[in-house]
Design a protein around this ligand. Structure first.
Ligand SMILES: [Fe+2]
Length: 416
C-alpha cells in the first residue's frame, strides 16, 4: 500500500513529511513542495495560503491518525515528484535568508550531485526542445508545464549549486539553445537565493530563466543555426526574439514577471540594450538578473563562431564591462557562482596550472583544485588535488588562465 496519502490541509502537523502541495507551485509559499515539516510557522503558512489539501508521505514522517484522509486519491507520480535524499539539512553557504531557511534541502557531494544534474539536464533539454517545437507549430506553452522541471533544477541547486551550474555549462553546437535555458534557470535560482529574494520570486526567477529565450523558436533556422557571425541584417532579425518570446508567453498566460524576463533580458543599464533601450531603474530586478545569467552562460558555452571562455576568465571580463550590468546584481552573481567556478583553469603560485574541482567553502578565493600541468616544463604532471583552504596549505591562485592559450582542451575530464 502506498505511503502517500492526501489529507485536508488543516490536518497537517509538524513531524509530517509534505510530499506535494495541491494547486499551482507558483502560488504556494515554498520553493520546495517536498520536505519534512519541522516548523509550526511552515504549517501556518500553508493554512494561510488557501491550500485545501496536501499529500503527505507517511514513510518519511508522522502518519495521519485522527483525521479522515481526503478520499483515496492516489498521488499522481508524474507531477513534480521531488528528488529527496536522506541526510542532514544543507548549510546555507551565503549566510541564510528567511527564504533560504524555509528551503528544507539536503546537501550532497559534488560527485553525487553531478550525476543527478546530468540527468536533469538531459530531461530539461528534451522538454525545452519540445517547447520550441510546440511554438513553431503554433501551439501555446504554459508555465505550469515547466514547474516540475524548475523544481528539479532548484532541488539540485540547493543540494549543491556547483554541480548543476557546471554541468549545464557544457554544451555542443546542437543543444545550445535548449541547454542554455536550463543553465540560465539554474543560474537565476542560485542568484535569486543569493539576493535573498522571497520564495515566490526565487521560483519566478527559475521559471523566467527557463523560458527567457523561447522567442528564438520564431527565428529563421538559417539565422539561428548559422555557423558564423551574423550580418547586421541577420542580427536585426535576431533582436526581435525577446518580443516574440514575450508575446508567446503572454498567450500562454504566464506570470507578468516571467514575461518581463523574456522581454528585457537584453537590456543594459546604460540604455544601449534592446528591444527598448531601457535604463537603470526602468529595468526590473529579474530582467537585470536575466541579463547577467544569460551573458555568462552564452560566453562560457561553445558557439558556432567561438570557443567558450573559461568561467573564471568570463567573470573577470564581465566585471570590466562598464554600463552593461547592475553592479549589485553582478556582485551577487559572482558570490553565487564563484570567482573561480568549478572547471576554471588557474595558475598557481608554484607555476602549475590547475582546474577548480570544488568551490571554496569559507572563501571564494580558496577552492579545491587539481594541479596537472607545469608552466615551467610545459608538460603535464601527475594530477594532485590541493585544498587551498587547508590550514597548512601554502599554495594559492595567481590568475585565471585561458585553456586555449595553453593549447589545453577537455579540461572536463579533470573535474567531471
Ligand atoms: Fe536572448
Amino acid at each position: 500500500m502506498s505511503s502517500i496519502r492526501r489529507i485536508p490541509a488543516p490536518s497537517l502537523r509538524v513531524g509530517m513529511y509534505l510530499h506535494k502541495i495541491g494547486g499551482s507551485w507558483l502560488s504556494h509559499p515554498f520553493i520546495r513542495s517536498s520536505f519534512l515539516l519541522t516548523d509550526a510557522e511552515d504549517v501556518r503558512k500553508i493554512m494561510e495560503s488557501g491550500i485545501d489539501s496536501v499529500w503527505i508521505d507517511e514513510s518519511k514522517g508522522d502518519a495521519l491518525q485522527d483525521v479522515e484522509a481526503v478520499g483515496e486519491a492516489p498521488y499522481p507520480d508524474d507531477i513534480g515528484a521531488a528528488v529527496e535524499l536522506p541526510g542532514t539539512p544543507a548549510p546555507d553557504p551565503q549566510g541564510s535568508s528567511e527564504g533560504a531557511k524555509r528551503i528544507h534541502a539536503v546537501s550532497s557531494s559534488l560527485d553525487v550531485e553531478i550525476e543527478r544534474a546530468r540527468n536533469i539536464c538531459l530531461a530539461g533539454k528534451a522538454q525545452v526542445q519540445e517547447m520550441f517545437s510546440d511554438l513553431r507549430l503554433g501551439r501555446t506553452v504554459e508555465q505550469e508545464s515547466v514547474l516540475p522541471l524548475v523544481e528539479e533544477i532548484a532541488a539540485s541547486v540547493w543540494r549543491n549549486p556547483a554541480a548543476m551550474i557546471s554541468v549545464a555549462r557544457l554544451k555542443t553546437h546542437d543543444d545550445y539553445s535548449y541547454l542554455h535555458s536550463v543553465a540560465v534557470s539554474a543560474l537565476m535560482l542560485a542568484l535569486a537565493r543569493q539576493l535573498k529574494l522571497d520564495d515566490r520570486m526565487v521560483r519566478v526567477a527559475g521559471v523566467g530563466g527557463l523560458m527567457h529565450d523561447l522567442g528564438k523558436a520564431f527565428m529563421p533556422l538559417e539565422i539561428l543555426n548559422k555557423p558564423g557571425r551574423l550580418t547586421d541584417e541577420e542580427f536585426a532579425v535576431m533582436k526581435t526574439h525577446p518580443e516574440a518570446g514575450a508575446d508567446a508567453l503572454r498567450e500562454g498566460g504566464c506570470e507578468p514577471e516571467v514575461i518581463d524576463v523574456s522581454l528585457h533580458h537584453h537590456e543594459r543599464m546604460d540604455g544601449r540594450g534592446y528591444p527598448y533601450g531601457l535604463k537603470d531603474d526602468e529595468i526590473s530586478l529579474l530582467a537585470r538578473m536575466g541579463a547577467v545569467c544569460d551573458v555568462y552562460d552564452a560566453v562560457t558555452s561553445i558557439r558556432p563562431y567561438k570557443r567558450p571562455w573559461d568561467p573564471a576568465m568570463a567573470m573577470r571580463e564581465m566585471a570590466r564591462w562598464d554600463g552593461h550590468f547592475d553592479n549589485r546584481v553582478f556582485n551577487a552573481f559572482v558570490k553565487s557562482v564563484g570567482i573561480y567556478p568549478v572547471g576554471s583553469l588557474v595558475r598557481l603560485a608554484s607555476d602549475r596550472l590547475a582546474v577548480i574541482v570544488e568551490p571554496g567553502v569559507e572563501s571564494l578565493l580558496k577552492p579545491k583544485v587539481r594541479a596537472f600541468y607545469s608552466t615551467r616544463s610545459r608538460e603535464k604532471i601527475l594530477p594532485q588535488v590541493i585544498d587551498l583552504a587547508a590550514p597548512d596549505c601554502r599554495e594559492s591562485i595567481v590568475s585565471p588562465e585561458s585553456p586555449e592559450q595553453w593549447g589545453l582542451s577537455n579540461l572536463e575530464s579533470l573535474w567531471l
